[in-house]
Design a protein around this ligand. Sequence first.
Ligand SMILES: CC(C)(COP(=O)(O)OP(=O)(O)OC[C@H]1O[C@@H](n2cnc3c(N)ncnc32)[C@H](O)[C@@H]1OP(=O)(O)O)[C@@H](O)C(=O)NCCC(=O)NCCS
Length: 279
Amino acid sequence: MYHVKPMSIEDLEFAVQITDTMDWGMIKEDFEFMMHLEPEGCFTLFSNSERIGIATTISFGKIGWFGNFIVNEAHRGKGAGSLLVKHSIKYLTARNVETIGLYAYMDKIPFYERLGFRYDSDFMVLSGKGLSSPIKTGFREVKEKEIKTIIEFDHSCFGASRKKILKPILLKKNNLCYASFEDGQLTGYAAVKVYKGMADLGPLICKYGRSDMAIAILKTVLNRLKGFEISLCAPKKESELLDFLTKSGFHERFRVARMFYGSSLIRDCIYVAESLERG
Ligand SMILES: CC(C)(COP(=O)(O)OP(=O)(O)OC[C@H]1O[C@@H](n2cnc3c(N)ncnc32)[C@H](O)[C@@H]1OP(=O)(O)O)[C@@H](O)C(=O)NCCC(=O)NCCS
């Protein structure tokens, strides 16, 4: 009765409409972008000929991510969602992905555990505004010719190349990217996706144990975003970074659990996630 097809342009209106029921703020272009990044890995779930759900995946070599997962309320609790998760796992493993990550609502942890995912750690989704206290820091905006260095640094921290997502983010006009260099070596960077009046901050990646550096980069980018509504997702264990954000007027919107299927390849270098649907 239920079956899964690769998402097509005709499904985009449905994708926006169903995700609006959860106020995820997704627009057609977001799904077009996901389909561009992973043409065969974005899915629409059907009950006979009726569209009833969606999910997206992305593969970065050995690491993949699962997100934008939702089933029409009338069809929940009948196994349709599980079918879509299993289909996505099959798709990613066929592409040689060894580790699949996702961010789960806390009440969905047992659901994903039943499907073979294991809890890793808590993340917090926060909102706040840009700062307006110009500070002098040693960080500077990344130049186009340095994008390759950022992608290589990110690869060494994340455990797989995220070139296919980082390149479009870093090249897009109005987006921001700041980096720190010590003795000529890149030690951390933050990217910001900038929209009309709004900004999604992330990824913010620094070497393990360098939360001081992560906070300093964060300060720099927040001071470039005066007047913007900013959203970001940070690990709960980064207490100093979260303290700084709280003191800067940020508030917690909700929590999610990072979960993994397969071995955990990702290192402790993520101070702010890229996004909920791509890691
Ligand atoms: C999460 C979501 C996609 C799951 O979809 P679903 O179609 O309800 O998923 P399933 O039917 O496969 O599983 C849901 C539950 O029903 C149970 N179930 C599955 N088939 C069943 C059946 N035939 N009879 C009775 N129960 C069944 C499952 O065991 C599962 O229980 P659990 O949550 O205690 O593990 C859906 O709840 C949803 O859209 N939620 C809103 C968006 C959301 O939260 N997305 C996830 C973001 S992390």
